[in-house]
Every structure is written in structure tokens, then in C-alpha cells.
Design a protein around this ligand. Structure first.
Ligand code: NAD
Ligand code: UFG
Length: 367
């Protein structure tokens, strides 16, 4: 079962579509919302998600809550398939049912700690799943892809800021990070094998924030692993205090420094990447950082969140977390040159938008 079985006459009448894998999740849902808010009616959005890390619909509801809310916000329809990217037959059906022009591939497992205890699950979902997706794309003649990569592929920074020529793959401390690196290597091989492929691998720094409406946001399962959702849950009273992982790093106040980037800016970055596919010269593999270029420490994040929310965020110093680097921030100039993209939102915006979501949804989508 492949592209050959599709009736070409039928395709002519179909609306052009963008396939978004993992579109019910955090970054995916914000990107879907942004695309629907900003693109014309001549494009449709198709989401494939197995809902392993997104809030399931209420009884009788077919779509995950994030997508249902986006449809409500935009008045537009999202074509949703509750399926795994590794399900070859189901994926073929998706490509047969829609005139997919390009794919934005978010679907992956992303908990760093869990990846250490469940490496096979992570390589299965993130590497095997990605290869399956590429095979199905190839079978249907679809060769344009935006991939969700991570600054984690750089490992321990040899120099700062991190630009795209910094070596990747060395000293990665967990299977999650390696899965992102392996996928980039696979995509390079794919692009070398056939000039039809155009791949933009967006290396996100630390995504935070929420849609300015406060209606969609990050909804981690269980106790958050990441700083911003943890702080937000302390501020809203769900968690008691923040543990600051290490206060003896060579940074402004001894705590870890990261390049936090607003998820709405990331969504705009994906739209910028899609626009590049219209340039005929834009083929092959391109890795592009999405970050602000500025780093903030853990305690600077706490202070900014307290200011935005008017709530106290109690914290205490704990041991360093294994595998953490001291400082990490992007050189984001390639994104400006190639995508015409720059992060526009400030740290105050990131905190205010997170708080709007968290304070109105103390228990996330289940609220
Ligand atoms: P998320 O967990 O919120 O979203 C991922 C979505 O993919 C979820 O809805 C999940 O149900 C779905 N999914 C997982 N495995 C699947 C499979 N096999 N088949 C179909 N659907 C599947 O994560 P996110 O924060 O939105 O991250 C999106 C992408 O960005 C991931 O690839 C992640 O590795 C990457 N990334 C995230 C961050 C971050 O800190 N959030 C940083 C860098 C890169
Ligand atoms: N931190 C704390 N306490 C917490 C959580 C985090 O002090 O409870 C600190 C960390 O030590 C680090 C900073 O806050 O200094 C940021 O930690 P996050 O877990 O939020 O983010 P990381 O930079 O460790 O990693 C994140 C994602 C990875 C991704 C990476 C790069 O978790 O998946 O960004 O994109 F690969």
C-alpha cells in the first residue's frame, strides 16, 4: 500500500494539507493554533498523535482537549488521527486521505530521566518512528519536513553562544538527547541520498510560555521535570517549593543558565521554515537554532515569575542534577538570515503568559 494506489484525479480536488505529528502536545498545539490563525483557507491541518503525552478527550469527545480548544478559538477544523507514527498502515491512510505537502514532525517522547531507564522505548518512538514516517512520506512523494530538534544535540558547550557549526553528538548523557542527534544524522543521509528532500531541523533551546489567550499551554503529566512548569505549579499552590539543582555553577548567581524561548515565537519559527520550502533553492538538510540569544539563571527565572504572578515561589538549593550543563544559549543569527525569524517576546511575556494559563488551569486541561 503506497502512493501508487492513490487516484491522481482525486488529488486534484483535494485541499493542500500540512501534516503535524505530535500536534496535540505542547509545542505542536501552539504551532497548529498559530498556523490556523495566520494561514488562508486553502490549506488544511492534519494532526497525527497517539495521545501518549497529551490530555485525552472527555467521554464522547473525539479530539484531544488542546485541539478542541484551538478549533473553538479559530473556528477552523483540524483533521485528527489518533494513531502512532509507527503504525505504517494507518500512516498510509492519512497520506491517502489528504494532499499532504509537507510534514512538521513533533511526535516524540521527551522525558530525559525516563529515557535513561527506558532507552528502547525512546529509540523505538523517536528514531524508529521517525524512520517509519520518512518511509511513508517517500512512498507518497512528500519530501518536505520540519523536524523538532533540540540544543541538547550540542552536548557540553565547547564555546558560547552555540551556533550551528558547533559539533554535535559528543558527550550526550542520555538516550533522549542521542535520539535527537541520531535523527539529525539520518536526515542528513536521507538528503544526501536524494536531492528531492528538503529538511529543516529546528534546534529549540528551552521552550516556555503559553498562548496569550491562556486557553492552551504546557500540561505535563505528573511532577514537572522542567523548570518553568515547576515554578508555575509552586506559584499556583500545587507544589510546595522549587528545588534549585546546584548553586555552585560558574554563573551570575551559581545557578544554571538557559536560553528560554516563548512557545509562540517557536510557532512563528515553524511558519518561517514552511515559507522556506517555497524557495526553489532551499533543498537538503538545514539545522537552525531557535533561541533568543540570552541566558537567564534559575534564580532570575524565579524572580521574573514572582514579578509576573504576584506570588511567592519558595525555593531551596539541592544537589546538581546529573547530566546538566552550567550554561547554554543560542547564536540565533542563522534563523534571522534564513527564516527571517527573531524571538520577539521577553522574559516578562513568557512568565505572564505561563501564569495566565496556569492560574486559570491549575490542573492543566483537566481543570
Ligand atoms: P509533548 O510531549 O507535549 O508533545 C509530543 C506529542 O507527541 C504528544 O502529544 C504525544 O502524545 C505525541 N507522541 C509521542 N510519541 C508519539 C508516537 N509514537 N506517535 C504519535 N504521537 C506521539 O512535547 P513537546 O514539548 O511539545 O515537544 C515536541 C517536540 O519538540 C518533541 O520532538 C521534543 O523532543 C522536541 N523538543 C521539545 C523541547 C521542550 O523542552 N519542550 C525542547 C527541545 C525539543
Ligand atoms: N532546574 C531546577 N529545578 C527544577 C528543574 C530544573 O533547578 O526543578 C534547573 C536545571 O538544573 C537547569 C534549568 O533549571 O539549570 C533548566 O532545566 P530544564 O529541565 O527546564 O531544562 P533543560 O535545559 O535541562 O532541558 C530542556 C529539556 C530537554 C531539552 C533541553 C534543550 O528538558 O528536553 O531543554 O532543549 F533537550
Amino acid at each position: 500500500m503506497g502512493g501508487d494506489t492513490l487516484n491522481e484525479d482525486k488529488r486534484i480536488d483535494m485541499t493542500r494539507a500540512i501534516l503535524v505529528t505530535g500536534g496535540a502536545g505542547y509545542v505542536g498545539s501552539h504551532t497548529v493554533a498559530y498556523l490556523l490563525e495566520n494561514m488562508g483557507n486553502d490549506l488544511e491541518i492534519v494532526v497525527v498523535d497517539n495521545l501518549i503525552n497529551s490530555y485525552r478527550s472527555k467521554p464522547g469527545q473525539k479530539k484531544p482537549e488542546s485541539l478542541r480548544i484551538i478549533e473553538d478559538m479559530t473556528g477552523k477544523t483540524i483533521h485528527f488521527y489518533n494513531c502512532d507514527i509507527r503504525d505504517v498502515q494507518a500512516m498510509h491512510r492519512v497520506f491517502q486521505n489528504h494532499l499532504i505537502e509537507c510534514v512538521i514532525h513533533f511526535a516524540a517522547l521527551k522525558a530525559v530521566g525516563e529515557s535513561v531507564t527506558k532507552p528502547l522505548e525512546y529509540y523505538q518512538a523517536n528514531v524508529s518512528g521517525t524512520c517509519t514516517l520518512f518511509e511513508v512520506m517517500r512512498d507518497h512523494g512528500v519530501h518536505k519536513l520540519v523536524y523538532s530538534s533540540s540544543c541538547t544535540v550540542y552536548g557540553e558547550p565547547q564555546r558560547l553562544p552555540l551556533d550551528e557549526t558547533h559539533p554535535t553528538g559528543a558527550g550526550l548523557t542520555n538516550p533522549y538527547g542521542r535520539s535527537k542527534y541520531f535523527c539529525e544524522e539520518i536526515m542528513k543521509d536521507l538528503c544526501a541520498s536524494d536531492k528531492k528532500w528538503s529538511v529543516i531541523s529546528l534546534r529549540y533551546f528551552n521552550p516556555v510560555g503559553a498562548h496569550p489567550s491562556g486557553r492552551i499551554g504546557e500540561d505535563p503529566r505528573g511532577t514537572p521535570n522542567n523548570l518553568m512548569p515547576y515554578i508555575a505549579q509552586v506559584a499556583v499552590g500545587r507544589l510546595e517549593e522549587l528545588q534549585v539543582f546546584g548553586s555552585d555553577y560558574p554563573t551570575v548567581d551559581g545557578t544554571g543558565v538557559r536560553d528560554y524561548v516563548h512557545v509562540q515565537d517557536l510557532a512563528e519559527g515553524h511558519a518561517g521554515a514552511l515559507a522556506c520550502f517555497n524557495k526553489t533553492e532551499f533543498t537538503g538538510f538545514h539545522a537552525i537554532n531557535l533561541g533568543t540569544g540570552t541566558g537567564y539563571s534559575v534564580l532570575q527565572m524565579v524572580a521574573a515569575f514572582e514579578a509576573a504572578s504576584g506570588k511567592r515561589v519558595p525555593w531551596r538549593v539541592a544537589a546538581r542534577r546529573a547530566g546538566d550543563v552550567a550554561v547554554n544559549y543560542a547564536d540565533a543569527s542563522l534563523a534571522a538570515r534564513t527564516l527571517g525569524w527573531r524571538a520577539r517576546r521577553t522574559l516578562a511575556d513568557m512568565c505572564a503568559d505561563t501564569w495566565r494559563w496556569q492560574s486559570t488551569h491549575p490542573h492543566g486541561y483537566a481543570t
